[in-house]
Design a protein around this ligand. Structure first.
Ligand code: SAM
Ligand code: SF4
Length: 336
C-alpha cells in the first residue's frame, strides 16, 4: 500500500496491537522553575531555532489527529512560557476529530493566562504541586513562590476549568509526610490529584534517586489512614490507576512507572520540543520529524507515513532502575 496517500482512515496501532490515541506535545524544554527531580541545576536549553515553530507544532498535531489521535496534552518544560501558546491552543483545539486539548503546567503563570487559555479552547488542566509548605516548595522547585501557585489555582477555577487535577511527585525524605495534606487540599477544593513515582530520567546531583523512591502502594497505605477509597473505573491508559474518595468528587490517581508496569495498556506517544517523535518515556526509540517538516514543508502525506513507520518501533515496555540513569534525557526535555 502507498501509505503516504492512504493515511486518513489508518489508525495508529503499534506492533503489540496497542491503539494510540493520545499525544503529549512538548512546546518548549525551558521552564521558569527548576524542580530538583526534573532538572539539573545548571541546564543548557535548546537554541530557539531547534525548537518547532508554532506552525510546525500545529502541522504535527494535525497529522496525528488525522491518524486517529483524539487527545493532545501540551507540556514541556513549562508550556505557559512558550510565546504565542494561546494562539497554539486555538489552532489545535479546532482540529476536526480532536476530542480535547489539555495541558500540564506548574501553574505559576495561570494568574494572568487562565482565562485566555479557557477562551482558546483548552479543555482541562493538570497543575503540579509537590509541597504545600512555602519553604519546601521553594526548595524543591529551586525558586518557586507558593503564593503565586495558589493564585494560579484560584485563577483556573475562576476561569471555569472543571476537573482540575493536581500532580505530585513524592520523594521519600522530602515530601512523603505531606501526602495526607496534599490529598486533603484536593478534597477540600474538589480537585483530583495524582501521586507520581519519581523516574530516573536524567542525571541529577540534588539527591540519589534510589534513596528517594516511595511506591504508590506505600502512598495508598498512608491515604487509607484518613480516606475511604474505592477503585475507580476511570483510566487514561498508561501507567495510572484511579481511586474514588468516598463522599467526595475527588479521585486520587497513582502513577506507578517504577513499581507497577501497565505498559500493555499504553495508549500514548510523545513529541519533544525539537520535533523528536518519542515512542516510549523509558526508551530512546524515536524519529526526527523536524527534519521531515523542514525538508518537505506542507507534505502531510509524507509526515503521516513517517509517523506510521516510526510507530512500528514502539517498544513493548520500559525497564526503569532507580540505581541507574540509563536515560540521560531529563523530563523537561521529554515532555512529561
Ligand atoms: N512544567 C510542567 C509541570 O511541571 O507541570 C509540565 C512539564 S513537567 C516535566 C510534567 C510532569 O512531570 C510534572 O508533574 C512533574 O512533576 C513530572 N516530573 C518531572 N520529572 C519527573 C521525574 N523524574 N519523575 C517523575 N515525574 C517527573
Ligand atoms: Fe519545570 Fe515542570 Fe520540570 Fe518543574 S517539573 S522543572 S515545573 S518542567
Amino acid at each position: 500500500m502507498d501509505i503516504a496517500k492512504n493515511t486518513t482512515s489508518v489508525s495508529l496501532i503499534d506492533p503489540f496491537g496497542r491503539s494510540i490515541n493520545y499525544l503529549r506535545l512538548s512546546v518548549t524544554d525551558r521552564c521558569n522553575l527548576r524542580c530538583t527531580y526534573c532538572m539539573a541545576e545548571d541546564m543548557t536549553f535548546l537554541p530557539r531555532q531547534q525548537i518547532l515553530s508554532l506552525e510546525e507544532l500545529r502541522d504535527v498535531a494535525a497529522a496525528f489527529v488525522e491518524l486517529g489521535v483524539e487527545k493532545i496534552r501540551l507540556t514541556g518544560g513549562e508550556p505557559l512560557i512558550r510565546r504565542d501558546i494561546i494562539k497554539l491552543v486555538s489552532s489545535i483545539s479546532c482540529l476536526p476529530g480532536l476530542k480535547e486539548v489539555t495541558m500540564t503546567t506548574n501553574g505559576m503563570l495561570l494568574p494572568k493566562m487562565a482565562h485566555s487559555l479557557k477562551d482558546a479552547g483548552l479543555a482541562r488542566l493538570n497543575i503540579s504541586i509537590d509541597s504545600l509548605q512555602a519553604d519546601r516548595f521553594k526548595e524543591i522547585t529551586r525558586n518557586g513562590d507558593l503564593a503565586v501557585w495558589h493564585s494560579g489555582i484560584c485563577a483556573a477555577k475562576k476561569a471555569g476549568f472543571a476537573k482540575i487535577k493536581l500532580n505530585a511527585v513524592i520523594l521519600a525524605g522530602f515530601n512523603d509526610h505531606e501526602v495526607l495534606d496534599l490529598a486533603r487540599y484536593a478534597v477540600d477544593n474538589e480537585l483530583d490529584i495524582s501521586f507520581i513515582e519519581e523516574m530516573p530520567l536524567g542525571a541529577i546531583s540534588s539527591h540519589e534517586r534510589a534513596t528517594t523512591q516511595i511506591s504508590s502502594e506505600q502512598i495508598r497505605q498512608q491515604l487509607a489512614q484518613e480516606f475511604s477509597l474505592v477503585n475507580s473505573l476511570e483510566t487514561t491508559g498508561g501507567p495510572s490507576r484511579y481511586m474514588q474518595v468516598i463522599d467526595s468528587p475527588t479521585k486520587i490517581g497513582f502513577i506507578s512507572p517504577m513499581t507497577n508496569n501497565f505498559c500493555e495498556s499504553c495508549n500514548r506517544v510523545r513529541m519533544t520540543a525539537e520535533g523528536r517523535f518519542l515512542l516510549c518515556l523509558g526508551n530512546e526509540h524515536s524519529m526526527d520529524l523536524r527534519d521531515i517538516l523542514r525538508r518537505y514543508p506542507g507534505d502531510d502525506g509524507l509526515l503521516k507515513s513517517k509517523i506510521l513507520e516510526a510507530l512500528q518501533s514502539k517498544p513493548e515496555r520500559h525497564h526503569f532502575d532507580p540505581n541507574r540513569t540509563d536515560i540521560v534525557r531529563f523530563m523537561n526535555m521529554t515532555g512529561g
